[in-house]
Design a protein around this ligand. Structure first.
Ligand SMILES: [Fe+2]
Length: 504
C-alpha cells in the first residue's frame, strides 16, 4: 500500500461519528458496500451503504432523490454485444423487483405487443439522498445487428421506451466515442463535451469512459455525483452501451481493522455498471473484455493493480486475452497512463508489467485518463524520433492517448512536451474513433467541436500499422503562457483566460 499519514484514520473516525449521529443506530445493521457486484440472490434484502465519508452540501433543490418513476437508466455492453447487454436503473423503495420489458423494435407504434418481460436483481441502497432500489437486468439471447426496445418499471409507472442496436456478428465498420475524466463539474461543464460529441458523432455505436467518471471526494455528496453523471448523458446512457474503466476516484479511502489505510471500490460503480463478468479473476467488477465487430476492448483496473495487489492476476489475464485469436484490432481502456503528461513520473509498475505485453501483442490503441490534459504519444523515445521513424516507413506500435472531459486541469510536464506528438493544456475534449477494414481513424475534438488532433492507423500487408496524419492545418497547440514549471497568476491559456491548470 502506498498510503501514509494519519489523515485517513481520523477521517474514518469522523465518518463513523457522522453516521451514528445522522442515521441512528439502524445504520449499524447495514452491510458495508461490497467491492463485488450487487448480490444476485436475496433481492432487496441486504442494504448497500453508498454514502460518502462525511456530511456534504446537497445539490440545490435535492434533485437526485429516487422517485416512483425509474431514473439513472444505463445500458452496458455485454461480453458479446451482438447477443448480450445489461441494464441498470434506480427506483424508490416501493419498487422492490427488477422488471424490464424487452421487445425487438418495430416501426408500427404498437411494437409493445411483442414484449417479453425480463427479470433481474435488485439491491436496496442507502445514500445521502435516502433509500433507493438499484436494479439490473442482463439481456441475453439477442440477435446481432438488431434494434431492440426496452423500458423499466417503477412503482408509479414505466420509463419511456429506449432503443439500442446490438453489434453485428461480422467485422462491419463502426464508430465509437472516447471520453477522458469527467469527474469535476460533471453536469455543469463535463456534459458540454458529451453532448457536443453525441451530436457531432451522429451515430456512435457506444461510449468508452477511461475512468474518473466522478470524483468521490469527501466534500461532495457521492449520490449527487452519480445523479449528475446520469443527467449529463440522459437518454443517451440508456440508448448507447457504455464501456468504462474504473479510475482511482471511483475508489474511496478506508481504514482496515488493523489500522492500515486502503481503498475499496465505491458502491455506485457496480450498481451502475454491471460488467460482463469475464475479467481477471477476483477483479471482474472492474475488468473485462468486449469484442465489438472485430475490435477487442480490454478493460483494466490500474488502481486495483497498484493499490490492491491485483497487478499479477490482471497481467496474467491480460496476456491470455491478448493472445486469444478472434480480433483484428485491440484497444486497451484503463485509467492511469503508462506515459504521463502531467505527473513528473510515469506509472512504473503498470509500465513494467503491461507495456511489454502491449508491444509484444501489438495493441493498437491505449485509451487513458488520470492526467487531465491531452496527450498523444506514438513513440516513447520522443516526437522527433517517432516522426523520423514514420518518414522511413517504420511500423507504429501502440498509440497512447490521454484526454479529459471535465473541468479539472493539470499542467503539462516538460518531458511530455518533447515526448508526445500532440498535447493540450487547460482544454476539454472528446474523441471520435472510426474503425473500418484496415483502418482506425482517431479524431480528437475540442469541447466546442473543432478538430484538434487527427491520425489514422493503417494496417499494412505485413500486419503492422503505419500512422498517417491526414490533416495538415490543425490548430496551434493549446498551452498556458509562462514556463511549465513556473506558472503564476499571470499565466493565460489558449483562450486568453487565466490558466486553471494545477501542477502535479
Ligand atoms: Fe482524474
Amino acid at each position: 500500500m502506498r498510503f501514509s499519514g494519519s489523515g485517513l484514520a481520523s477521517h474514518a473516525r469522523g465518518r463513523s461519528l457522522w453516521r451514528l449521529a445522522t442515521w441512528g443506530l439502524a445504520a449499524l445493521a447495514l452491510a458495508a458496500a461490497p467491492q463485488a457486484a450487487a448480490p444476485q440472490a436475496a433481492a432487496a434484502q441486504a442494504v448497500v451503504d453508498a454514502r460518502g465519508p462525511q456530511p456534504a452540501p446537497h445539490a440545490p433543490g435535492r434533485p437526485y432523490a429516487a422517485r416512483g418513476l425509474p431514473d439513472r437508466i444505463v445500458l452496458v455492453a455485454g461480453a458479446d454485444p451482438a447477443r448480450e447487454m445489461a441494464v441498470s436503473w434506480r427506483t424508490d423503495v416501493n419498487q422492490p423487483k427488477a422488471e424490464l420489458d424487452l421487445v425487438e423494435m418495430a416501426n408500427a407504434p404498437n411494437f409493445g405487443l411483442r414484449v417479453r418481460r425480463v427479470g433481474g436483481t435488485s439491491t436496496r441502497v442507502l445514500s445521502e439522498n435516502g433509500e433507493a432500489i438499484h436494479h439490473r437486468a442482463r439481456l441475453s439471447g439477442l440477435k446481432p445487428a438488431t434494434t431492440y426496445g426496452y423500458r423499466v418499471k417503477g412503482a408509479d409507472g414505466w420509463s419511456e421506451w429506449h432503443q439500442f442496436r446490438t453489434a453485428a456478428a461480422s467485422r462491419a465498420p463502426f464508430r465509437f466515442l472516447y471520453f477522458g475524466d469527467t469527474q469535476n463539474s460533471i453536469l455543469s461543464i463535463g456534459a458540454l463535451a458529451w453532448r457536443r460529441a453525441l451530436l457531432q458523432a451522429g451515430d456512435p455505436a457506444f461510449i468508452v469512459h477511461a475512468g474518473d467518471l466522478v470524483a468521490s471526494r469527501e466534500e461532495l455528496v457521492h449520490d449527487d455525483e452519480w445523479g449528475e453523471w446520469a443527467a449529463a448523458g440522459g437518454w443517451a446512457l440508456a440508448a448507447l452501451p457504455q464501456i468504462a474503466a474504473a479510475g482511482n476516484h471511483e475508489y474511496v479511502d478506508v481504514t482496515l481493522p488493523d489500522g492500515r489505510e486502503s481503498r475499496r471500490l465505491g458502491a455506485h460503480w457496480a450498481l451502475t455498471l454491471p460488467f460482463p463478468g469475464n475479467g481477471a479473476p477476483g477483479v471482474e467488477t472492474t475488468t473485462g473484455v468486449i469484442d465489438w465487430q472485430g475490435v477487442r476492448f480490454i478493460i483494466l483496473d490500474g488502481t486495483s493493480a497498484i493499490d490492491l495487489g491485483t497487478l499479477e492476476v490482471q497481467t496474467r489475464w491480460l496476456e491470455a486475452e491478448l493472445s486469444r485469436p478472434g480480433a483484428d484490432w485491440t484497444v486497451v481502456v484503463m485509467h492511469q497512463p503508462v506515459f504521463t503528461c502531467a505527473r513528473p513520473d510515469d506509472t512504473p509498475r503498470i509500465g513494467e508489467a503491461w507495456r511489454p505485453l502491449f508491444e509484444r501483442y501489438r495493441v493498437d490503441l491505449v485509451l487513458q485518463g488520470h492526467d487531465h490534459c491531452y496527450h498523444r504519444l506514438t513513440d516513447p523515445r520522443g516526437r522527433a524520433a517517432g516522426s523520423k521513424a514514420r518518414a522511413q516507413g517504420g511500423a507504429q506500435g501502440p498509440v497512447y492517448l490521454i484526454s479529459v472531459t471535465g473541468s479539472k486541469m493539470y499542467g503539462l510536464s516538460q518531458r511530455a512536451l518533447a515526448q508526445a506528438d500532440r498535447v493540450a493544456e487547460d482544454t476539454r475534449l472528446f474523441q471520435i474513433v472510426d474503425v473500418s477494414p484496415g483502418r482506425m481513424a482517431v479524431r480528437a475534438h475540442l469541447a466546442t467541436g473543432e478538430l484538434y488532433d487527427a491520425f489514422d492507423l493503417v494496417r499494412g500487408r505485413d500486419g503492422r500499422n503505419r500512422l498517417v496524419e491526414p490533416v495538415r492545418d490543425l490548430p496551434a497547440m493549446r498551452r498556458c503562457t509562462g514556463a511549465t514549471h513556473d506558472l503564476n497568476a499571470d499565466s493565460l491559456n489558449a483562450d486568453s483566460l487565466p490558466c486553471t491548470v494545477r501542477r502535479r
